[in-house]
Design a binder for this molecule. Structure first.
Ligand code: FAD
Length: 278
């Protein structure tokens, strides 16, 4: 039950409320599906001015309150990170929902199907946390996605930062849904840097299979520093055969594991084709 609702305009006021146990709310889309019977006090964080996207030379800072619609239209974010973030944001649910869902809510909700966390993991993003009486702190998204780690507890996510580089980066992004507004059955996101014909800094993130997205380290190791060819990709995909899959009602674990392999192969091909053409 919602005991109280606040909509502060100053970050300090929001932090004071959060420090005493109030719960942050962004787009509030998770309220529809929340099963909690806990008596809660809500702090709406969408009027704090944290809805800007700031592009610097070496990073883009995406405010907590940026909606997925805004992110999906953010033509000012350059290069591969911009193209990947726009593609992933536009893939989520429906336009009315994208108008409400915020970047911070999609991350902090920690839903296994959430579409931004796998992409932010592939992009080595960091999460900026604010807490009352403390200096802002930055946490690698990989650490935030570890079980039981929620660095924003008692405070809030203020922004997500994605590094930008001059390197020739490419991506492939595949997500399988039965209907356009369904949650993903499996997601594969690949980022890499082109070094002539070689694949460098390969990140292969699998989403929607387990409670949190994760990097497929064994597959990445099979690809790192190699030229793209069928044998290298086959070897990498074979390592996904023993991925643990959390059961859900959408499809069997075996099907979703196989799907993850198919989508990873497609994402790798897309990334590499892009690398060859660019
Ligand atoms: C029908 C439907 C379909 C959907 N389909 C998809 C989909 O396919 N893919 C997808 O990714 N998402 C999908 N979503 C959205 C997803 O399930 C969540 O509802 C959404 O990500 C929550 O974002 P929000 O901004 O509305 O957050 P809220 O609902 O406001 O909050 C969600 C959680 O984040 C916390 N939170 C919010 N803001 C902050 C902050 N600044 N700092 C710290 N904690 C914060 C809240 O306390 C809460 O725990 C769907 C939602 C619905 C209703």
């Amino acid at each position: 039950m919602i005991r109280d609702y606040h909509s502060p305009e100053r970050v300090e006021d929001a932090l004071a409320l959060l420090a005493r146990g109030a719960v942050a709310v962004g787009g509030a889309t998770a309220l529809y599906t929340a099963k909690s019977s806990r008596d809660i006090e809500l702090v709406d964080v969408t009027r704090l001015g944290l809805d800007q996207i700031t592009v610097d030379k070496d990073k883009v800072v995406i405010g907590a309150g940026v909606t997925l619609s805004r992110l999906g239209a953010a033509a000012d974010i350059p290069g591969m990170p911009g193209a990947l973030l726009r593609k992933a944001a536009r893939a989520v649910a429906s336009e009315p929902l994208r108008n409400m869902i915020t970047v911070a809510g999609n991350v902090a909700g920690l839903n296994y199907w959430a579409d931004l966390p796998p992409v932010l993991l592939a992009l080595d993003a960091t999460v900026e946390v604010r807490k009352q009486g403390q200096a802002p702190s930055a946490h690698p998204i990989a650490a935030c996605l570890e079980a039981g780690k929620h660095p924003w507890e008692g405070g809030m996510i203020a922004a997500v930062t994605v590094p930008l580089t001059q390197a020739a980066q490419v991506f492939g992004y595949e997500r399988f849904v039965r209907t356009v507004t369904d949650y993903s059955l499996a997601t594969a996101c690949v980022t890499m840097t082109r070094d002539g014909a070689l694949m460098r800094n390969v990140h292969l993130v699998i989403g929607a299979l387990q409670a949190r997205p994760h990097r497929a380290a064994k597959a990445e190791a099979k690809l790192e520093g190699k030229a793209y060819d069928a044998a290298a990709v086959d070897e990498a995909i074979a390592t996904l055969g023993d991925l643990p899959v959390a059961p859900n009602f959408r499809a069997s674990p075996g099907y979703r594991r196989q799907l993850a392999g198919v989508l990873s192969r497609r994402a790798l091909m897309t990334a590499y084709e892009w690398a060859r053409e660019s």
